[in-house]
Write a protein that binds this ligand. Structure first.
Ligand code: PRX
Length: 635
């Protein structure tokens, strides 16, 4: 029996059992069966969660781009690798074949080399969803440079922090980007960010919106003329299995974003294996994930996972609401999409629109629907299932994280019976544990607690870039010998998992992870603000929205509150990005604090979600009287 493609439930259980009983044999077989290696490994796995240190496929040699591109040149050179769908419907889609992708990646890799980029160097990529983004990432991987993609909706401050943290030598961007009917001045944001990034020696600029931009002499160059001149042959650099492939930042409970480091072989094997099974991808299918490549979903399931399977993957530049709320379904019909993967927040916003936007399109090509990024509520699940899937396309509710590199808990379509709002069963190789507050694992079914993983899997992040201690304290210190996810989960009577949400100070807004600390820092930097606390509260479309409680300094008291709110919004937009804009800002005289000075966020969360009947014991607070006052003026 092939381990690589699971086709029915019995096979799933067999494969799963094997993956737990003999993990090394299991992963060795998957790795041997489906990938191209320059040299095989000496050892499948060595690990120690106390250090923590994890190595997969030690001493194997490979290049991920040979697995994602070159090997298809012999058999399927003319097959479409990437279908690029532009923002506007007036512009034509592009179909990039494996052969063309090979040339583009080689040319780009030669340009990187000519600019002095070498194996191990970090390259920051700040691009919209245009083909150059995919090509730039693969070009880095071809020569062993480490890409650090920063989502092109982030502010100049956020870009600067990430560029400096990874010590990037080069930055790749575009003149601007399209987003629905708006254009965004990306190069302007880059210029501002780079005032604070002395380490960036060169900037390559792709042309997208033909805007008039500033080019800094000696630093900035247009990309296209360099590509035109470059050779389309570039030997792939031999990489060690554990050589870094990329850094991707994710928010944490404290201020600084964490640069999660992913390495080469394990990430490749796991992203490819999960892609094949979670989407039941068959040769010739057209697969579409609507995420931005700037997030892990795009890295693993627009780029690496699909290409490592020789798939055809759609890359969409635009937004679901432009030119109208039928755009997703228009694209599905146009490209005859077979697997469609999106976020609950997008589903909820489209479900609010006229159903005709869905009904007027032919969605009969769809076979599998997926969701990711946050818990999906029952109503959105049914809307998706009834109207998009027409009750015939299974929904895979996939739970995973930037840190896990690939999907961890998910149904396999046509294999695992689905249950609304449940991520169902662990993927082969994944050993989840539900822990109680005292650090004991809860055995059996019908339990809920904190979700941990007790055994390594190939695509787990290996460290936080240049901060291994933080990696250890965040993920391996809460529960002994376990990877702690930061999520709560329950296991039902048949052993299905349901993710109940974050149990730390990370809030997921429209599927984006936001740490409260950087938003509070941005608010506190306003000269009129003394202190602030940001919490999440349930929101119909976004899943969660942000509620900021802000204490003003005396000087600010007399100021117009609406103006202040606008200024605070602007401050957050500049420092963190527009996605972090609070839905509500309430000015308060004080914040509920414990005697040791810690803000009682639990109380603020209840006030924000209007559940003030049962606030629990507030008598231990330093300032219990403040609670009533905040409730009285709550928004
Ligand atoms: O809380 C979980 C939630 O998203 C977090 C990870 O966010 P990020 O690193 O940005 O990666 C998102 C895309 C993989 C998780 O800790 N989450 C992700 N998928 C689900 C989910 N919560 C519930 N159900 C899911 N399917």
């Amino acid at each position: 029996m092939s381990n690589y493609h699971i086709k029915n439930l019995e096979e799933y259980f067999q494969v799963y059992r094997k993956s737990v009983r003999e993990p090394e044999n299991f992963w060795e077989e998957v790795a041997e069966e489906h990938f191209t290696w320059r040299k095989k490994w000496d050892n499948v796995l060595s690990w120690d969660f106390n250090k923590p240190e994890v190595k997969w496929f030690e001493n194997a040699k490979l290049n991920i781009t040979e697995n994602c591109i070159d090997r298809y040149l012999f058999t399927n050179a003319d097959r479409t690798a990437i279908i690029w769908e532009p923002n506007g419907t007036e512009e034509e889609a592009q179909h990039i074949s494996y052969k063309e992708l090979h040339k583009k990646v080689n040319k780009f890799a030669n340009v990187l080399k000519s600019k002095g980029i070498e194996k191990g160097d970090r390259v920051c990529i700040y691009l919209p969803m245009i083909p150059e983004l995919a090509v730039a990432m693969l070009a880095c991987a071809r020569i062993g440079a480490i890409h650090s993609v920063v989502f092109a909706g982030f502010s100049s401050k956020a870009l600067a922090t990430r560029t400096n943290d990874a010590d990037c030598k080069m930055l790749i961007t575009s003149d601007g980007s399209y987003r629905g009917n708006k254009t965004i001045d990306l190069k302007g944001i880059v210029d501002k960010a780079l005032e604070e990034c002395p380490g960036v020696e060169s900037v390559l600029v792709a042309k997208r919106i033909n805007s008039d931009i500033n080019m800094k002499e000696g630093r900035d160059q247009w990309l296209q003329p360099l590509l035109d001149e470059a050779s389309d042959q570039c030997e792939a650099t031999t990489m060690d299995a554990e050589d870094p492939l990329f850094i991707l930042y994710t928010s944490g409970s404290t201020g600084k974003p964490k640069g999660m480091l992913h390495t080469t072989a394990g990430y490749m094997v796991y992203s490819a294996y999960t892609f094949k099974n979670v989407f039941q991808y068959k040769e010739g299918d057209v697969y579409w994930c609507t995420a931005d490549i700037g997030w892990i979903t795009g890295h693993s399931y627009i780029l690496y996972g699909p290409l490592a399977n020789g798939a055809t993957t759609v890359m969409f530049e635009g937004v679901p609401s432009y030119p109208d709320a039928g755009r997703f379904w228009d694209v599905v019909e146009k490209h005859k999409v077979n697997q469609f993967y999106t976020a609950p927040t997008a589903i909820r916003s489209l479900a609010k629109r006229n159903i005709e936007f869905v009904e007027k399109h032919d969605l009969s090509s769809l076979k599998v629907l997926g969701t990711v990024g946050e818990p999906i509520n029952e109503e959105a699940w049914h809307w998706y299932n009834d109207n998009v899937g027409k009750n015939k396309s299974p929904i895979v509710d996939t739970w995973w994280q930037t840190e896990t590199g690939g999907i961890m808990i998910s149904p396999l379509p046509y294999v695992t019976p689905v249950k609304p709002t449940y991520a169902t069963l662990p993927f082969p190789g994944i050993q989840p544990a539900i822990m109680d507050k005292n650090g004991e694992e809860l055995s059996g079914n019908q339990v809920d607690g904190r979700l941990c993983i007790k055994y390594p899997w190939p695509s787990m992040a290996r460290t936080v870039w240049r901060d291994h201690e933080r990696y250890k304290t965040t993920y391996f210190s809460t529960f002994k010998n376990m990877y702690f996810t930061g999520d709560g989960a329950l296991r039902d009577e048949v052993g299905y998992y349901r993710i109940t949400g974050r149990v730390d100070d990370v809030i997921i807004v429209s599927g984006h992870n936001l740490g409260t600390a950087p938003i509070e820092d941005a608010i506190d930097e306003h000269p009129a603000v003394a202190e602030s606390a940001v919490v999440g509260f349930p929101h119909e479309v976004k899943g969660n929205a942000l509620y900021a409680f802000v204490i003003l300094k005396e000087v600010g008291e007399s100021r117009n509150h609406d103006n202040l709110r606008n200024e605070i919004h602007q401050q957050i937009k500049d420092k963190v990005g527009p996605i972090a804009k609070p839905e509500k800002i309430q000015f308060v005289a004080g914040l509920p604090k414990t005697r040791s000075g810690k803000i009682m966020r639990r109380i603020l969360r209840k006030i924000a979600s209007k559940q003030t009947e049962n606030l629990g014991d507030t008598s231990t607070l330093l300032n219990p009287e403040i609670v009533d006052e905040i409730i009285k003026k709550a928004l």
